[in-house]
Design a protein around this ligand. Structure first.
Ligand SMILES: Cc1ncc(COP(=O)(O)O)c(C=O)c1O
Length: 411
């Protein structure tokens, strides 16, 4: 099937809730993907950081196949032999005492919201129905109705109300506003340590440290959403480590499934996790043996291939090289590790035509929040591969928005 036919079918029968670049991916390996016409592209999006280990990492694929040949789904009505060992490894790698497995990121965040509220009522003693969770402007925590209800992006909410109360929104990165938002009913602060979807926003130094202090002061839980930033993406296992703090709980997803299978989770101390009793919460697929086996392999690859260090080193190299590109179109280059945003000046236009031009040159990157090109390749990317990409990125950022023929790696 040609790319054109594949796109036409998806448009004809699929809901139009995305605006993808017009490329069809029919094969992939490592940092490279291929379209049905045999053209090769470098993947610099990594499925929004779900492909930290690269496409089809052999160890993860092998774990998937081996487990698929044994048992794939039991539901939590019964035990399976993969879940316990997976959760043990997840806790060891992340330093948390306990984990609750889910599938998608949004489900992990919903789990966190339920845990934080219940902890607030049962452990902190907040009066029934009064619990408040502080969240930030420009947050992105997923697409459920509760979660979009506290988004500050109009489009995410438009037509989907009424929304769940109990969330207080403060400007991201503003310590004074955060201090002012805490009160005796505050049960938690839910925050992305670096905002991904909002355009790779890194908070000012000391912000997360102050958040930790305020949570301690008011007896509230600090919950970091590391679904996009976790598992090496920012050059450390978790982005909160950049400020030397430990949150009380964390949501994880994306790369936990190694780009192969949806695996997410909520991690916390037992003081928080033990608010859940049998029947309080669950998911048919959450904790399934196939996801557990894949999750285990995904974590092992991260450790064995030292992907946090690789992300740190390659990220520093890529940021320095992007900063060195002398372009009139670029306002700022920012990020940590291999989560990098290049902001295009508003007077130049949006980031979309730059992403389209990059695609024509064999590089897949996606605009986020109109002005920002996000560069987040698999953490397995080599210096040689980055150097190849930089030639094209440099030309595109300098305004050579080629229109027409695709000039890919082979071309
Ligand atoms: C920080 C963060 N939280 C939650 C989510 C939602 O994850 P999912 O799309 O798997 O529901 C995302 C997805 O981009 C995210 O970046």
């Amino acid at each position: 099937m040609s790319s054109k036919d594949a796109i036409e079918l998806a448009e004809k029968f699929g809901a139009h809730n995305y605006h993808p670049l017009p490329i069809v991916i029919s094969g992939a390996e490592g940092v490279w993907v291929e379209d049905p016409e045999g053209r090769k592209f470098m993947d610099m999006l990594s499925a929004y950081s779900a492909l930290n280990q690269g496409h089809r990492h052999p160890k993860i694929i092998q774990a998937l196949i081996d487990q698929a040949n044994k048992v794939t789904l039991t539901s939590r009505a019964f035990h399976n032999d993969q879940l316990g060992v997976f959760l043990k490894l997840l806790c060891e790698v992340t330093g948390f005492e306990s984990a609750l497995p889910m599938n998608t990121g949004a489900e992990a965040v919903e789990t966190a919201i339920k845990a934080i509220r219940k902890w607030g009522y049962k452990k902190k003693g907040v009066a029934a129905g009064k619990a408040e969770i502080i969240v930030c402007t420009d947050n992105f925590h997923g697409r459920t109705t509760t979660i979009v209800g506290f988004s500050t992006e109009d489009q995410y909410k438009d037509g989907f109300g009424p929304f769940t109360p109990g969330f207080v929104v403060v400007p991201f990165g503003d310590t004074a506003a955060l201090e002012a938002a805490f009160n005796e009913n505050t049960v938690g602060f839910l925050v992305e340590p670096i905002q991904g979807e909002a355009g790779i926003n890194v908070p000012p130094a000391g912000y997360m440290k102050r958040a930790r202090e305020l949570c301690d002061e008011y007896k509230a839980l600090l919950c970091c959403d590391e679904i996009q930033t976790g598992f090496g993406r920012t050059g450390k296992m978790f982005a909160f480590e950049h400020e030397g703090i430990r949150p009380d709980c964390v949501t994880v997803g994306k790369a936990l499934g190694g780009g192969v299978f949806p695996v997410s989770g909520f991690l916390a101390s037992w003081d928080v996790m033990d608010v859940f009793s049998p029947g309080d919460h669950g998911s048919t697929f959450g904790g399934n043996p196939l996801g557990a086996a894949v999750g285990m392999a995904s974590l092992e690859v991260l450790i064995e291939d030292d992907l946090c260090a690789a992300s740190d080193a390659m990220g520093a190299y890529l940021v320095a090289a992007l900063e060195a590109i002398d372009s009139d179109h670029v306002k700022e280059v920012r990020g940590r590790g291999l989560l990098i945003g290049v902001e295009i000046k508003e007077e130049v236009g949006t980031a979309r035509p730059f992403c389209e031009a990059l695609m024509l040159r064999g590089i897949l990157a996606k605009e986020t929040h109109h002005q920002v090109i996000r560069f987040a390749p698999p953490l397995t990317i080599t210096k040689e591969e980055i150097d190849w990409a930089l030639v094209h990125i440099g030309q595109v950022l300098n305004g050579e928005l080629v229109d027409g023929e695709v000039v890919t790696k082979e071309g």
